[in-house]
Design a protein around this ligand. Structure first.
Ligand code: SF4
Ligand code: SF4
Length: 382
C-alpha cells in the first residue's frame, strides 16, 4: 500500500472509531454559557434576586456566601455592588459549568494511563530501545489509547488554550485544569517534551502519519520528499498565534482555536466544515513535513518549547566518540538535531524525543540522558 492509501485508511479508522467511542462516553459539550447577565436591582432581597434569575439555591449560597436562611431576607446590596456581584456570578457560573461538563471518572483514568505509557516509553528511549521496528506502533498505540479510546479531552494543548479562554471570558481559574497543566509541564521538565512526544493524541497521530512513508530506518525515502520548515519561520508564526490567542480571549472573550481545534478529530460529531478542512490540511501536511500543527500553531507546543530548555533528560552527544558523520542530523525529522549537534544556532528547535538520532548513530554517541549538553569541540564540523 502506498503512503497515501495508508493515510486515507488511518484517517477513516480514527474518525470512525472515535465517533463510536465518543458516543459511548457521552457527556455534555464543553461550552461556557454565552450570557452571564443578571437581573438585579439594589432594592431586591436575596430571595427575590434568586427567583428573578432562576438560580439554584445551592449555587446562590456558594457564590453569595450565604450563612443561613435569614440571609435570604437581607438586601442583595449587602453582598456586594451590582458590578461585584456580576463579576462573582460570572466566575462562579463559569467554574460550575466547567465542573459539570468534565467526566470525573475518565480524567484520572487517562492520567493513570499516561503515567504508565510515558514511563514505559521513557524506559525504552533512555535505553535506546525505541527503534524503527517499534516506533510507529508506539505512536499508533498512543493515539489509540489517548485519542480514540479516551477521547479529545483532556489534552496538553487544551489545558493551555482553555485556561486562557476561561480567564479572558470570565476572569476565572479552574484549579483542576491548572493541576493538569502543571503535570504536563512537569513531564516536559523531566524529559524533554515527553507528553508531546509520546502522550499527546494529536501529536502522535501526526507523527504516525509522517512515518507512513518512511523507509526501514524510519527516515524519509525519496518517494515522499520531506520538507524541513526553517525553525525561525515556524516559531515566529507560532509565537504570533500564541499572542493572538491571548488577544482574542482578553479583548473579545473568543476562543481562537474553537473552530479549528484539531483534537476534535477524536470527537468528530462536533466538527464543522471549517474544522474538518483544517484538520485534513494538517494531516495531509504531516505526510510531507514533521508535526505541522505542533510547530506552527499549538500553544502547548510553544510553552513546552520554552520549558524544555530546562529539561533534565534530553538528547545529548558524546563528542569523544562522535565521528562527525552527521547521520543523526540528516535523519532527524526536523532541524533540531542539526542545532544540537553543531551548536551553531542561537535557538534550538523543539525535540520530540523520537529516538531516530540515537538509532542511526554508528558509534552510539547520541543518548537520551541526564545532564548538560557537552560543548562541541572547535572545528569538529568544519
Ligand atoms: S505540541 Fe503537538 S504534541 Fe505537544 S500538545 Fe501540541 S499538539 Fe500535542
Ligand atoms: S533530535 Fe530529532 S531525531 Fe533526535 S530525538 Fe529529537 S526529534 Fe528525534
Amino acid at each position: 500500500m502506498n503512503s497515501f492509501l495508508k493515510f486515507a485508511a488511518t484517517v477513516i479508522v480514527v474518525v470512525a472509531l472515535s465517533a463510536f467511542s465518543a458516543s459511548i462516553w457521552g457527556g455534555k459539550p464543553e461550552k461556557l454559557p454565552d450570557n452571564f447577565s443578571l437581573k438585579i436591582t439594589e432594592q431586591m432581597t436575596v430571595q427575590q434576586f434568586i427567583d428573578a434569575n432562576n438560580m439554584e439555591r445551592q449555587f446562590a449560597k456558594g457564590f453569595l456566601g450565604l450563612a443561613d436562611k435569614n440571609d435570604l431576607q437581607k438586601n442583595i446590596s449587602e453582598f456586594g455592588s451590582v458590578q461585584q456581584l456580576q463579576s462573582k456570578y460570572k466566575k462562579s457560573l463559569a467554574l460550575k459549568t466547567e465542573h459539570e461538563t468534565k467526566n470525573w471518572f475518565k480524567i484520572p483514568l487517562k492520567f493513570a494511563l499516561w503515567s504508565i505509557f510515558l514511563g514505559v516509553s521513557f524506559f525504552l528511549l533512555s535505553r535506546g530501545k525505541i527503534k524503527s521496528a517499534n516506533r510507529k506502533w508506539l505512536y499508533g498505540l498512543s493515539f489509540l489509547i489517548f485519542g480514540i479510546i479516551m477521547g479529545a479531552d483532556p489534552s496538553p494543548m487544551g489545558t493551555v488554550k482553555d485556561a486562557v479562554y476561561l480567564y479572558g471570558k470570565a476572569g476565572a481559574i479552574f484549579p483542576p485544569r491548572m493541576i493538569a497543566l502543571s503535570v504536563f509541564l512537569l513531564t516536559v521538565l523531566i524529559a524533554n517534551k515527553f507528553i508531546c512526544s509520546w502522550g499527546c493524541q494529536f501529536g502522535t497521530l501526526q507523527d504516525f502519519i509522517f512515518r507512513l512513508g518512511s523507509n526501514k530506518n524510519d527516515t524519509k525515502p525519496s518517494a515522499v520528499q520531506q520538507y524541513k520548515m526553517p525553525f525561525v519561520v515556524s516559531n515566529t508564526f507560532r509565537a504570533l498565534i500564541f499572542g493572538l490567542m491571548f488577544f482574542s480571549a482578553f479583548m473579545f472573550a473568543y476562543d481562537l482555536f474553537e473552530i479549528i481545534d484539531p483534537f476534535k478529530i477524536f470527537k468528530p460529531m462536533v466538527l464543522g466544515i471549517a474544522g474538518g478542512t483544517f484538520i485534513a490540511v494538517m494531516l495531509i501536511l504531516s505526510i510531507f513535513t514533521y508535526r505541522p500543527w505542533c510547530l506552527l500553531f499549538c500553544p502547548f507546543g510553544f510553552v513546552g518549547w520554552l520549558v524544555e530548555k530546562l529539561s533534565i533528560f534530553k538528547i545529548r552527544v558524546n563528542y569523544d566518540t562522535c565521528i562527525a558523520c552527521q547521520k543523526c542530523s540528516l535523519s532527524c525529522p526536523s532541524t533540531v538535531m542539526d542545532a544540537i549537534l553543531k551548536q551553531d544556532k542561537k535557538t534550538v528547535p523543539d525535540c520530540f524525543s523520537c529516538g531516530v538520532c540515537i538509532e542511526v548513530c554508528p558509534t552510539k554517541s547520541v543518548t537520551f540522558s541526564k545532564g548538560r549538553r557537552a560543548k562541541v569541540p572547535e572545528g569538529k564540523f568544519r
